[in-house]
Design a protein around this ligand. Structure first.
Ligand SMILES: C[S@@+](CC[C@H](N)C(=O)[O-])C[C@H]1O[C@@H](n2cnc3c(N)ncnc32)[C@H](O)[C@@H]1O
Length: 289
């Protein structure tokens, strides 16, 4: 533990920001590595006579900040930690940093399943760090979940994240292409959710450096139009979903109408495109007959 006065710490913060970067990223670094949350940082402004206990000394913290500014590497990959909803997740450059806009999918699912008492089987396709599947498994200990990913490292990270965030055993992890690991669950899935790679090729080329140079291409690129993976997932869903089973897909901001048509073509009903917090048609949902 390193003790530093609030005054010295505030000066240190000002110096870091004067070098570049933004306040949110600096706060995230301080929270992830020094163990000082945004709430504590805000309190500091009021009680400036206080001493602070940090998990890391300021010089070392500064080297991380300098690396972030020099290379644009995301803070989450530097610290190995991402905060998502109420979860603290391990991340590395083998997994996408879970995005705030994805958080809403958990509320949408909870709203639709709120009156269903029975045990359900759900699947999270392309689980990455495990964010969606772990949030669902924690919120619904009587549900059984399966999370899949094409990347073995992602599956290892997601399994560790589940073990570190839960005492339950209601989530299993499998490595493989989309539905392939679910050969034994044909016709048994009540709910499938996926946030697949959906960035179109030309948009991918223009992504900011901090995304394009560091986050896995495999997690982002969805082919020429961005719809290659969504197509595959929707087309194969009828083999795995129960009658009236639900499919929830996150899509790019302008793909909602096309994904809706894809659902309808594959005999889904109750198909809707739901908006995210920014008013963008981000989630396409439907039931299989
Ligand atoms: C956009 S990321 C989403 C990660 C996580 N679900 C989230 O919301 O943060 C897409 C994920 O799909 C995985 N993926 C890509 N192609 C896949 C495939 N063919 N089969 C299964 N998973 C795949 C990637 O490895 C990545 O983890």
């Amino acid at each position: 533990m390193f003790v530093v006065s609030a005054e010295k710490f505030s000066l240190w913060k000002k110096k870091q920001i004067s070098k570049g970067g933004d306040n949110n990223s600096l706060n995230l670094l301080i929270d992830s590595l020094a163990g000082l949350s945004k709430k504590e940082l805000n309190l500091l402004k009021i009680k400036s006579e206080k001493n602070l206990n940090l998990n890391l000394n300021l010089d070392l913290l500064e080297t991380f900040w300098d690396k972030h500014i020099d290379t644009f590497i995301p803070i989450e990959y530097l610290s190995g930690i991402s905060f998502w909803r109420n979860l603290k997740l391990e991340v590395s450059n083998r997994v996408l940093i879970p995005r705030p806009e994805t958080e809403l999918i958990i509320e949408i699912i909870s709203g639709i399943f709120k009156n269903r008492e029975e045990k359900i089987t759900f699947v999270d396709l392309g689980t990455g760090s495990g964010a969606i599947s772990i949030a669902l498994a924690l919120a619904n200990p009587n549900w059984n979940g399966i999370a899949t990913d094409i990347d073995k490292n992602a599956i290892e990270i997601a399994s560790r994240n589940f073990a570190n965030n839960s005492n339950h055993t209601n989530l299993k992890f499998y490595n493989g292409n989309w539905w392939d690991p679910l050969a034994n669950f044909k016709g048994e899935i009540d709910l499938a959710v996926a946030n697949p790679p959906y960035i179109p090729q030309d948009t991918y080329e223009l992504l900011p450096i901090e995304v394009k140079n560091f986050e896995p291409k495999k997690a982002l690129l969805g082919g020429k139009e961005g719809l290659d993976h969504i197509n595959e997932i929707v087309q194969d869903a009828p083999k795995y979903l129960k009658k009236e089973g639900w499919l929830f897909i996150e899509n790019h901001f302008d793909q909602g109408d096309r994904v809706k048509q894809l659902f309808l073509k594959n005999k889904f009903t109750s198909v809707k495109v739901l908006k995210d917090f920014s008013g963008i048609g981000r989630f396409t949902i439907g039931r299989y007959k």
